[in-house]
Design a protein around this ligand. Structure first.
Ligand code: GLN
Length: 489
């Protein structure tokens, strides 16, 4: 069969069920496509061909043994962002400080998906410790955007987004602390979910900002993402912040309309400086939602403008504490020194990249005695105001629709010497993390240069199902999510 690796998750699942293809064929095809294309994309940091084929064979055996069971993920290949642990595979977090580190355990999300029969193909590139919005901060080289290889794929889950967009893999895991699933999904024209904080286990996700981190998924449609989400989500005793609230089933039907759904459009997300084509595509998409029966309302999230400064105090503060464990003694390589302090100093000084070093310094400063109240304490108070904005708005509407990012994918190197310009790219994604609400990004068209534009839906805590329903209804009547970049094979 031709183009077997270009199948979507639900497409592949249907053919596996019919017996038209095997998981081995599907996995082999993904490996071949990665071999042909990843030289120019650099989406992967590690490929586990042998173990993937073994898992594929096991999936084929399982299907033969129980052919009538509904097993939507059985035998489907999956890529995992390299900040999530998979036992037997290296985990670098895109950093030299974890070069060669082999974690002795597997993240809960990966465990659950493997138990459902997914085949783990390998680990995808990321900004170092997930700090960045372009994947340029990886110590192992930049990932390219398959729509235009001179541009970034977004970040920090840029490897996962690029791999899904280029159809190297039907689905991939990402993580989102301030936009790292949604913004790369938007830049690469795929669908990406950041779940509610506490909905999906963080066990095995190497911590960046523990009060903001979440594991998400990138795939070709809301339906495909929902299949993966439904298995990875739910309570986990290994993560103290995981909530014991039962999972709401996601039920997506063909031809579903949006009558009775109220969608808010926040004025603060359509500001001067946003690329006009981004605003145009998002407004067109909102019109489609209205045509499907949704009631559109203007709403206000007045503290949005504080999201960037608040996030860039809280996230580095948490990072400075979380990254203190990389001391050259317990994990990864060591640079020897004259005494213990010297070992710490040299290892950390030489192995952390510039952006991570900047964040550790900023975070340590914000937490230090004398500055704590003025910076970290103040940021926490404003975080509460941002959270309240959402609580207020969700009294009147069921979801919020807005852009994912102010621009489409920017050229590699565009923000090279201007970290602040890079931070400002995150303005529309940070609020969901600060408030802990879920966010879903999906493609709504292209700009004049043929680059994908994404829309973001945000919802009430634990209402992922509501967001999937809206995006699925949109994807039933549009085909932006079916477009693929043209890649020379
Ligand atoms: N771009 C943001 C940062 O650099 C968000 C990253 C993320 O979500 N992991 O921190």
């Amino acid at each position: 069969m031709n183009n077997i690796s270009e199948l979507t998750l639900t497409g592949a699942s249907a053919l596996l069920k019919k017996g038209a293809i095997s998981s081995r064929e599907l996995t082999q095809a993904a490996l071949e496509r990665i071999a042909a294309l990843d030289g120019s994309l650099h989406a992967f940091l590690h490929i586990a061909a042998d173990s993937a084929l073994e898992q594929a064979d096991a999936a084929d055996r399982q299907r033969k043994a129980s052919p009538t069971d509904a097993q939507p993920l059985l035998g489907i290949p999956l890529a995992v962002k390299d900040v999530l642990t998979v036992s037997g595979m290296p985990c670098t977090c895109g950093s030299k400080i974890l070069e060669g580190y082999m974690p002795p355990y597997t993240a809960t999300v990966v465990n659950r998906l493997q138990a459902a029969g997914m085949v783990i193909i390998g680990k995808t590139n990321t900004d170092e410790f997930a700090m960045g919005s372009s994947t340029e901060n990886s110590a192992y080289g930049v990932t390219h955007n398959p729509w235009d290889v001179t541009r970034v794929p977004g970040g920090s889950s840029g490897g996962s987004a690029s791999a899904v967009a280029a159809r190297l893999i039907p689905a991939a895991l990402g993580t989102d602390t301030g936009g790292s699933v949604r913004q790369p999904a938007s830049f690469c024209g795929v669908t990406g979910l950041k779940p509610t904080y506490g909905r999906v286990s963080r066990y095995g996700l190497i911590a960046y900002g523990s009060s903001l981190d979440s594991c998400g998924v990138l795939a070709h449609s809301a339906q495909d993402a929902a299949e993966v989400y439904s298995v990875m989500a739910g309570p986990d005793t290994l993560d103290a912040s995981s909530q014991k609230i039962p999972l709401k089933p996601v039920s997506l039907q063909a031809g579903q309309d949006l009558h009775g759904v109220r969608i808010g459009v926040p004025g603060e997300y359509f500001i001067a400086g946003i690329q006009p084509e981004v605003e145009a595509r998002v407004r067109e998409a909102i019109q489609v939602l209205q045509d499907l029966g949704a009631e559109i309302k203007q709403v206000s999230l007045p503290h949005t403008e504080y999201a960037v400064p608040v996030y860039y105090l809280i996230a580095p503060a948490e990072a400075s504490a979380n990254l203190a464990r990389y001391d050259g003694i317990r994990f990864g390589p060591r640079v020897d020194g004259d005494n213990l302090w010297d070992v710490f100093f040299r290892t950390r000084g030489q192995k952390f990249g510039d952006e991570v070093t900047r964040r550790i310094m900023l975070g340590t400063y914000a937490l230090s005695a004398g500055y704590y109240d003025a910076y970290y304490g103040q940021a926490q108070k404003v975080r509460t105001l941002i959270k309240r904005d959402f609580e207020q708005v969700f009294r009147d509407v069921d979801a919020i629709a807005c852009p994912v990012a102010p621009t489409t994918a920017f050229p590699i190197g565009a923000h090279g010497d201007d970290p602040l310009a890079m931070y400002l790219e995150d303005i529309f994604t940070l609020p969901a993390n600060l408030a802990g609400v879920p966010g879903l990004a999906f493609p709504t068209g292209f700009d004049g240069q043929g680059l994908p534009v994404g829309m973001q839906l945000m919802g009430r805590h634990f209402d992922e199902a509501g967001l999937f329903k809206i995006a699925h209804a949109y994807q039933q009547v549009t085909d932006w999510h079916k477009q693929s970049p043209r890649l020379a094979l």
